[in-house]
Ligand binder design. Structure first.
Ligand code: DON
Length: 304
């Protein structure tokens, strides 16, 4: 398979379709991004890098970082973690608080904001300096020191963090939160404000395509069965109330972020990151999703 030719075909076809969306503006600093940028990077299991468009431009990875933080706590907490957060799709927007009340403070899954805050809280319990250790971990996954926190984006989120603050207090009222709320929110906003290029993001997801083993870090990051479980969670919950549609159209485990990025994996074959800032009404990148749909159509295979 000529992956370079494949992603170039996909790239040009998507550009011709001239799809439109809206850049996320609830984090004002993110709204300043040039909306016309578009890049794709694919990494095969040997570590070959294929890229097209703005694949080397760093962008705000936002909720895609929830996969990295989940990976960091996955082994440490094991079955204990799953008494604090479930593994069911929510069918609700990423920042919804509705289910938390009638499900007594146990978030549906680790990718909606409520669940991700529980994961970040767990991370704060385990690690001395969680932000540094998240950066260190992702740099290790990439095999390079590439991750930077955009402090303007982080501050912008802190200044408009009413929803996440409410979620954290709500979790605390159900005793599903152990650390000071301000501390956890600071770590959460820091990891959401990390910037990486498509190439580095795809590298950082490569272990999920490779039975838990990262060729860039040169070690087993997660057991084979844990990596499969993270992929299952991405497939069922990675796109919030659009998870079904992504599985239907694309058929790969993936995770989106409101910066316009999507990272996905084809188990046993490759990892891929696509980025374009304009989002649909569910908060997922219009061009990135279309690109991945075309990609699996042209490949004539997906998970299914
Ligand atoms: O919590 C927030 O609102 C953002 N830091 C992350 C949101 C996000 O990326 C949701 N995913 N599509």
């Amino acid at each position: 398979m000529d992956y370079q030719q494949l992603i170039e075909e996909v790239y040009h076809q998507v550009q011709e379709e001239n799809l439109k969306g809206k850049v996320a503006d609830y984090i004002p600093e993110i709204a300043t991004v040039d909306p016309n940028q578009f890049g794709i990077a694919l990494i095969d299991l040997k570590g070959n890098v294929y890229g097209v468009g703005d694949h080397n431009v760093p962008f705000s990875i936002q909720s895609i970082s929830k996969v990295h933080t989940l990976t960091m706590v996955f082994n440490v907490f094991n079955s204990k973690l799953w008494s604090r957060v479930n593994v069911e799709p929510s069918g609700d927007p990423f920042n919804s608080i509705a289910q938390l009340e009638y499900e007594k403070g146990i978030p549906r899954n680790p990718f909606i904001n409520a669940g991700a805050l529980v994961i970040t809280d767990a991370l704060c319990s385990k690690f001395e300096s969680p932000v540094d250790q998240i950066i260190e971990f992702i740099n290790e996954l990439v095999g390079d020191t590439c991750v930077k926190i955009n402090t303007h984006v982080k501050k912008s989120e802190l200044n408009h963090g009413e929803r996440n603050t409410a979620l954290a207090y709500f979790l605390k009222s159900f005793k599903n939160f152990n650390n000071p709320i301000d501390q956890v929110l600071e770590v959460y906003f820091s990891h959401c404000a990390m910037e990486m290029s498509c190439v580095d993001l795809a590298k950082s997801f490569s272990y999920l395509a490779n039975n838990g083993y990262s060729i860039f870090a040169n070690r087993q990051i997660l057991s084979e069965s844990s990596a499969r479980r993270i992929n299952a969670l991405m497939l069922t919950c990675g796109f919030y109330d659009e998870a079904g549609e992504f599985a239907y159209k694309v058929g790969l485990p993936g995770k989106s972020g409101v910066g316009g990025g999507v990272a996905a994996v084809m188990p046993h074959k490759f990892s891929i990151a696509v980025w374009s800032p304009e989002l649909n009404e569910k908060g997922n990148s219009v061009k990135s999703i279309r690109a991945l749909e075309l990609l699996t159509d042209k490949l004539a295979f997906s998970l299914f």
